[in-house]
Design a protein around this ligand. Structure first.
Ligand SMILES: [Zn+2]
Length: 185
């Protein structure tokens, strides 16, 4: 089965080349309507399904802006509180949609400094024998296994994941504006 892949530094469907930040690239694709992982826009960010799904339901919440806002403490208090509140709601939706035993939350920024949350549903045995007798953070699982092409969702799997997550987000959050299919530019 073919998996859904967006090559880094690639072109959108309209042939436009993108910037150096992978997160900004992905947001540009959302705005142009050609990011297959996009689930829903919130006030402070975008919800997207992760490219690799060893941790089934892995989802990211991408902050809308980049610029010089690369730390939580760079955000104004109201904006930071809203970003945190929305991240928590997205995590709740991910947990409900994909049946997590525990959620893991990561905000690292060592690949791209752009603020973005990694939200991992965790389940017993999901890092096999790695870590502390099979217990520990996701990054104790080998990178080559975590990012293997074998665990990329195909189009049918991705559509099903997006449907499940959107249903939970719609249950937890106010409905989007009437032009819900339009992403604000
Ligand atoms: Zn960026």
């Amino acid at each position: 089965m073919l998996s859904v892949v967006i090559p880094a530094g690639s072109m959108c469907c309209n042939g436009v080349f993108y910037k150096m930040c992978l997160i900004c690239d992905r947001i540009d694709l959302i705005k142009k309507g050609c990011n297959p992982y996009f689930v829903r826009e919130l006030a402070t960010g975008y919800v997207v399904i992760g490219d690799n799904q060893h941790f089934y339901g892995y989802t990211l919440f991408l902050y809308k802006r980049h610029g010089d806002k690369t730390e939580l403490f760079h955000l104004a208090p109201d904006e930071r509180a809203k970003f945190m509140e929305e991240m928590s709601l997205v995590a709740e939706a991910v947990s409900g949609a994909f049946g997590a035993e525990k959620m893991n939350y990561e905000l690292l920024g060592m690949g791209d400094a752009h603020l973005h949350w990694h939200l991992f549903p965790r389940r017993s045995g999901d890092i096999e024998h790695y870590g502390n007798h099979g217990k520990g953070p996701v990054w104790w699982y080998p990178m080559d296994k975590m990012y293997s092409d074998d665990n990329r969702p195909d189009e049918v799997q991705l559509a099903e994941m997006k449907r499940k997550l959107l249903a939970e987000l719609d249950r937890l959050l106010p409905p989007p504006p009437s032009n819900e299919s339009e992403v604000r530019q």
